[in-house]
Design a protein around this ligand. Structure first.
Ligand SMILES: Cc1cc2nc3c(=O)[nH]c(=O)nc-3n(C[C@H](O)[C@H](O)[C@H](O)COP(=O)(O)OP(=O)(O)OC[C@H]3O[C@@H](n4cnc5c(N)ncnc54)[C@H](O)[C@@H]3O)c2cc1C
Length: 405
């Protein structure tokens, strides 16, 4: 059986894993990133990144590479279909000249981060199956599905919602919100002709919308109560599209249906919306010695504030700052402890705010209270709260990194 040892091993080459590897490289820590897929996975097609994420990408040295190809999305125009009322919700009210929200191709984001890493940092087709740690030893052993073992002084699980590392730490499994989302990329070779704003529609317990990535591509989504049928069809893009056009999107306006019909089937995906209970993030064991988690592995959240990926980028900077200069096992463990202390409250707050925002926007599972929730959504939430919550979330500053000499 092969065995090798590294200073830092990261599991998962998603946004969290790649950003963490880049951040650690900046502070002088070389990593090995183990990714189960044979190549970078861009599930979800596109992602909205707000100013807190752009600040982190700037610290990672890549914001300037992405910005020229993605226009800002200054606001969303929200239409409440039952009443016809229309509200413009600005995405940023910052006075500091911050980068506003932009939609980015996930593939571009992942590739741009990966290009920053030294050759050989990412190892594809490397699925970890289990972890063990000898109490007396200073290393953690990661077992791969091909039977090989990789040892690490520090292990960081960036392996997403169903994280093996989070399970090993004893964190609770994510909870199903009762809602799911379908998303995809609509491609208009002749140009879609839409201005830069995002459109959003709410009706009963469904929400849908789209936003431009550039003059040809539009990202669209629809969130809805989960159905028994989605498990059967979620791996077949043709069936997903039929379900959306024939059922889910039927009550939405013709312009949304037109966008859906332009989807590039290869980008279509269906995901149940899950989250970790905020008190598990506040009170659970997020690090043990030199093992911890980041990104969705730590704080899966519903996408209602579009913050899962943005927060993963923040994690990367905070984690690397806390490990900068640490070399002994004691220093590294102390660094991870202080990283977790810094991130717990922000992560728990975002999970709770995202869940509540989604609950209010989709009428909630409120039963007899449903009409009250809808009244609240129309008269209070979109008028007074939505943009304030976004503003509070977006203005977070994850701080800087001091590059290693
Ligand atoms: C519908 C929807 C819309 C969203 N919209 C937004 C948005 O607009 N803005 C935003 O910021 N966020 C958004 N998010 C959230 C965002 O997609 C996630 O928070 C983000 O992708 C998390 O990145 P990650 O790297 O932590 O996890 P992932 O992207 O899940 O990456 C985990 C990686 O680990 C690998 N892996 C898993 N297990 C193993 C293993 N055992 N061994 C080796 N490798 C493994 C996987 O293959 C994967 O590459 C949205 C989410 C959904 C569901």
């Amino acid at each position: 059986m092969e065995e090798e040892q590294h200073e830092v091993v990261i599991v998962g080459a998603g946004i969290a894993g790649l950003a963490t590897a880049v951040a650690l490289q900046i502070v002088g820590l070389q990593t090995l990133v183990l990714e189960r897929s044979p190549e970078l996975r861009a599930t979800g097609a596109a992602i909205g990144l707000s100013s807190n994420a752009w600040r982190a990408l700037d610290v990672l040295g890549v914001a300037h590479k992405l910005l020229p190809s993605c226009p800002t999305v200054p606001k969303a125009v929200v239409t409440d279909l039952p009443t016809g009322s229309i509200q413009a919700v600005p995405f940023t009210r910052s006075q500091r000249g911050d980068t506003a929200t932009r939609i980015v191709h996930r593939k571009d984001l992942l590739e741009t981060l990966a290009e920053e890493l030294k050759p050989g940092t990412i190892r594809f087709s490397s699925k970890i199956t289990s972890i063990d740690q000898d109490a007396s030893s200073s290393v953690t052993a990661v077992h791969l599905d091909d039977g090989s073992v990789v040892k690490a002084k520090v292990l960081i699980g960036c392996d997403g919602v169903h994280s093996v590392v989070a399970r090993w730490l004893g964190l609770s499994e994510p909870v199903h919100s009762g809602r799911s989302a379908v998303r995809g990329l609509a491609v208009f070779p002749e140009g879609h002709g839409l201005k830069n704003g995002a459109a959003q529609y709410v009706i009963d317990d469904k929400r849908a919308g789209f936003a431009p990535l550039n003059s040809n591509d539009l990202y669209w989504f629809i969130t809805h109560p989960s159905t028994a049928r989605e498990k059967e069809i979620q791996r077949d893009p043709e069936l997903i599209l039929a379900e959306v056009t024939e059922k889910l999107a039927i009550d939405f306006p013709p312009e949304f249906q037109m966008v859906v019909r332009h989807v590039d089937l290869a980008t279509l995906s269906w995901a149940p919306l899950v989250f970790r209970l905020p008190w598990d993030v506040l009170l659970g064991r997020i690090h043990k010695g030199c093992v911890t988690v980041a990104g969705d592995a730590m704080h899966p959240m519903t996408p209602d504030l579009a913050q899962g990926g943005c927060t993963a980028l923040e994690d990367a900077i905070v984690l690397a700052r806390n490990l900068a200069g640490a070399r002994s096992r004691g220093q590294l463990a102390a660094g991870l402890e202080s990283y977790v202390r810094e991130r717990r409250w922000r992560a728990a707050w975002l999970i709770a705010a995202s869940y509540l925002s989604g609950w209010v926007q989709q009428g909630g599972n409120a039963g007899v209270w449903r009409s009250s929730v809808e009244w609240f959504r129309r008269n209070i939430y979109y008028k007074f709260l939505h943009s304030r919550i976004f503003f509070a979330v977006h203005q977070y500053d994850c701080g800087d990194l001091l590059p290693a000499e």
